[in-house]
Design a binder for this molecule. Structure first.
Ligand code: TA6
Length: 307
């Protein structure tokens, strides 16, 4: 039975993905955005701001927005590009990706450049996104095809708004010793000195050429998110903390306590596509239910494989 499509209170077409162990994911055609991912215990794993604005052209503050063809203000286009505030469609031509085995847990979306887009970004493209749900896992496969007769380059990010119990109790492992661009310091380049990233203030960094696996450990919830990524060498870590959260109209003042963005991204070296060439990325989010301090799970084992 293929996935369900419902129209939510704001009239947005919403795709509901389910799988036999009871987890679910909800995806909007607006922004091609995952707006909910619940585990088999029906616990929400993604942050969604209570003050999110569900009205185009505003981007929805939470879930997994798609940043394309620009990240942040690393260019002359609108912040994070325009894919996150466009209406996408269902994609019936998912080749060369294999057809979905379990129809109820996979959806293929597409965003094609419009005359309007060509005025702001003169490149014709097809952006595809396959979203598939399986037990304990949410996989996103983005693809950009250059339908132009000239090459173009772009940046890309999957902005994962992760739901956490208490940001000051969260640790990120896998980014130690890496260089990063600090958006709070005019994008100056630094090297991470800490053996794990912990949070006691605003952070807005682009970590460069990261490992393919990053662990986000939520002690209080005894839950570890494992982010695996391909084709997106960088990772962004963002939390606005209290002042910036207050300044964001679509974020509750205290919301920064229960969210952390850890994005899969291609920023430092934009991706170049020759005419009719296609780029493919791959991101898998999964959760492991235990925590570092309980000694049951050592993030080094998560990152370097269970022995
Ligand atoms: O992480 C990069 C960043 O550009 C931050 O500087 C902050 O502005 C954040 O993204 C949020 O952007 P948004 O456009 O979603 O408000």
């Amino acid at each position: 039975m293929p996935f369900n499509i419902v129209h939510d209170a704001d009239g947005f077409p919403r795709i509901i993905l389910t799988e036999p162990t009871g987890s679910s994911a909800e995806v909007l055609l607006y922004g091609g955005q995952v707006v909910s991912w619940k585990n088999e215990r029906r616990e929400e794993l993604l942050f969604m701001s209570r003050k999110a604005i569900w009205k185009p052209p505003k981007a929805i503050r939470g879930g997994i927005p798609v940043c394309f063809p620009q990240f942040g203000n690393f260019g002359s286009l609108e912040q994070h590009g325009f894919a996150r505030n466009r209406f996408w469609s269902l994609d019936n031509d998912h080749s060369p990706l294999p057809p979905a085995k379990n129809q109820s847990s996979v959806v293929d979306l597409i965003l094609k450049s419009t005359e309007e887009d060509l005025k702001t970004w003169p490149q014709s493209f097809e952006l595809r996104l396959r979203i598939s749900l399986s037990a304990g896992k949410l996989t996103l496969i983005p693809r950009v095809r250059n339908t132009n007769n000239k090459a173009f380059s772009f940046m890309f990010a999957l902005r994962n708004y992760l739901s956490v119990s208490d940001i000051s109790e969260v640790r990120v492992e896998g980014l130690e010793t890496l260089d990063y661009l600090d958006n709070l310091m005019h994008r100056e380049r630094y090297t991470e000195q800490a053996d794990a990233i912990t949070f006691d203030g605003e952070i807005d960094r682009v970590y460069l050429s990261t490992p393919k696996k990053i662990a986000i450990i939520d002690h209080e919830k005894k839950r570890t998110f494992v982010l695996r990524k391909e084709g997106m060498p960088d990772a962004v870590v963002w939390n606005p903390w209290n002042k910036k959260a207050k300044a964001l109209p679509d974020m509750g003042d205290g919301d920064y306590n229960t969210m952390l963005c850890v994005d899969s991204a291609a920023i430092e070296t934009p991706i170049v596509l020759k005419p009719y060439q296609e780029w493919k990325g791959h991101q898998e989010l999964s959760t492991v239910s235990s925590s570092y301090c309980s000694g049951q799970l050592d993030p080094r084992k998560v990152l370097h494989g269970f022995s």
